[in-house]
Design a protein around this ligand. Structure first.
Ligand SMILES: *[C@@H]1O[C@H](CO)[C@@H](O)[C@H](O)[C@H]1NC(C)=O
Ligand SMILES: *[C@@H]1O[C@H](CO)[C@@H](O)[C@H](O)[C@H]1NC(C)=O
Ligand SMILES: *[C@@H]1O[C@H](CO)[C@@H](O)[C@H](O)[C@H]1NC(C)=O
Length: 489
């Protein structure tokens, strides 16, 4: 649940609380002190003006928003807390966050995202009134309606809506005000899509610790990430409030205190199918050392692409023996076991990314396409079918393992949209990747001498033949967060 007044609307929210306590019919009918009693854990933390979700959502969690939050807490807001008898809030380490943004046309997607995930309507603050509106109202601009009596009536009639809002507010435990990340730690498992440098320490050809990899990363340093800059998992860590990334488990950084924020066990070319890892002498996914697991941490699993594109489809021992569907089943079994293992170790918040549209990866189009530059339908079909299995398996795991909170993050559709409508998202090129010719290169084929590497990777959906650019990862990560909020609480 997300409450959406923009920065100034904090004032209106306070009005709203007042209204809750005021007698009916003009007020909500709570007794004096109702808010203090029922919202004792509540607090309002108003970020900067947000222009659009999903950006809004990431802003919400970003350090920037948190700074604003704490300034307000110690500034004017402190006074208001006293007015509203929220004096105890600070000691209780407030957990509720109220998020603001401006109702602008660019917010529509965000509204929709929120509406879809909440399956409900909005309580829209517009001036010192609160009313229930639907997406259509907002689109028509009805929320700009003035101070008319009908507006006031609507506000009164919608007291239910307002209480609903309050209840949801109470349930909204976003993060603690003392600028802690939303979760204590984050553990990452998977393949090259989320490898933050484990493969640097392995004897394998699947590496990315040389230029031009990392050229847009901090200090322009290659780290082993298969990207020009940040991975979707890095951006997710930022979105969750971490100021550094869970270190690659095999790196020197993965020692002592650094491990307290989690670890990244992802290894390029590893996957659900253990031989995928063995093939490249990478870390087998299931053998990752995760003894320091904490149940509140987020576990992000992103695998399966390597299993298909770097194993199944190029390995006659697999593709001659199994149909894609059978191979999917093997992967799903392995994924099920893996989740069960994590669960046994104490993991309770698990996010699994779906397969991307495999047939749209530049290298896949080059290798498996028919000279048409179109996404390879056959591969995409396999991905969709795998994703459906992933989804239903997640559902049955949820039914079996009590206390488990698990989500399948769909990255298929967002990436497919980027590929098929790049201009809509500000990209210039989606067929070719930035590195080299952009048709196949990845890992050692994408190097400082590769001819043709583009100047500005932000114009490209893909950085190399298999991996999205940082700019695309940003969109994926924002999307992931929008759907992943449920996992955080
Ligand atoms: C796993 O981590 C624990 C504690 O960090 C350590 O004692 C153990 O040796 C590690 N196991 C492996 C297989 O690396
Ligand atoms: C998984 O299933 C849920 C509910 O059945 C659906 O809302 C969601 O879109 C599905 N996700 C994927 C990745 O297919
Ligand atoms: C790179 O491309 C992006 C997206 O088109 C654009 O916003 C940015 O200004 C470009 N950067 C440079 C240095 O040209």
């Amino acid at each position: 649940m997300v409450v959406v007044p923009h920065s100034m609307v904090i004032i209106y929210f306070l009005h709203f609380l007042k209204w809750v306590e005021a007698p009916p019919p003009r007020g909500g009918g709570g007794d004096p002190g109702w808010c203090a009693k029922h919202i004792i854990k509540g607090n309002m933390n108003i970020g900067p003006v947000f222009l659009s979700v999903p950006k809004t959502i990431s802003n919400m969690f970003s350090a920037e928003a948190k700074d604003v939050a704490s300034i307000r807490l110690h500034g004017e807001f402190g006074i208001e807390m006293i007015i509203y008898r929220f004096g105890k809030v600070r000691e209780l380490r407030v957990k509720v966050q109220l998020v603001g943004f401006q109702v602008a046309s660019s917010s529509m997607d965000g509204f929709k995202a929120i509406e879809d995930s909440q399956g409900g309507q909005f309580c829209l603050f517009s001036g010192p009134r609160y009313r229930r509106v639907s997406i259509n109202d907002i689109t028509r601009g009805d929320h700009h309606a003035g101070n008319s009596d009908s507006d006031r009536r609507a506000a009164a009639e919608n007291s239910l809506c307002s209480f609903f809002l309050l209840l949801l507010l109470l349930a909204l435990a976003l993060y603690e005000v003392n600028a802690q990340p939303l979760v204590p730690a984050m553990f990452i498992f998977g393949d090259s899509v989320v490898d933050a440098g484990n493969n640097n320490h392995l004897y394998t050809i699947v590496k990315a610790n040389f230029a031009p990899y990392g050229r847009d990363f901090a200090n322009h340093k290659p780290t082993g990430r298969f990207c020009n800059g940040k991975l979707a998992s890095d951006l997710t860590a930022e979105n969750l409030g971490f100021t550094s990334y869970p270190p690659a488990y095999l790196s020197k950084k993965a020692r002592g205190k650094n491990l307290l924020i989690g670890a990244n066990f992802a290894s390029a070319a590893s996957g659900y199918y253990e031989t995928t890892a063995k093939l490249y002498n990478a870390i087998p996914l299931r053998k990752s050392n995760a003894s320091s697991i904490i149940s509140d941490s987020i576990y992000l699993i992103s695998a399966g692409s390597s299993d298909f594109v770097q194993n199944y489809y190029i390995n006659p021992l697999l593709y001659k023996v199994y149909t894609p569907d059978q191979f999917s089943d093997i992967l799903i079994q392995s994924y099920t076991d893996f989740i069960k293992d994590l669960y046994k170790l104490g993991a309770r918040k698990i996010g699994v990314t779906s397969l991307p549209p495999l047939g749209c990866l530049p290298a896949a189009v080059t290798i498996f396409g028919s000279d048409s530059n179109e996404c390879v339908a056959k591969l995409n079909k396999v991905a969709v079918s795998f994703n459906n299995k992933l989804n239903s398996t997640a559902q049955s795991l949820l039914n079996k393992l009590s206390g488990l909170n698990m989500l399948v993050f769909d990255i298929y559709q967002p990436l497919y949209d980027l590929v098929t409508k790049p201009a809509d998202f500000g990209f210039v090129e989606a067929r070719k990747a930035c590195c080299g010719t952009g048709l196949v290169e990845t890992s050692i084929l994408c190097n400082a001498e590769s001819p043709g590497t583009c100047a500005n990777a932000s114009e490209y959906v893909f950085w190399d033949g298999f991996h999205p650019s940082e700019a695309a990862n940003k969109i994926l990560a924002d999307d992931l967060l929008t759907s992943g909020i449920a996992l955080i609480f």
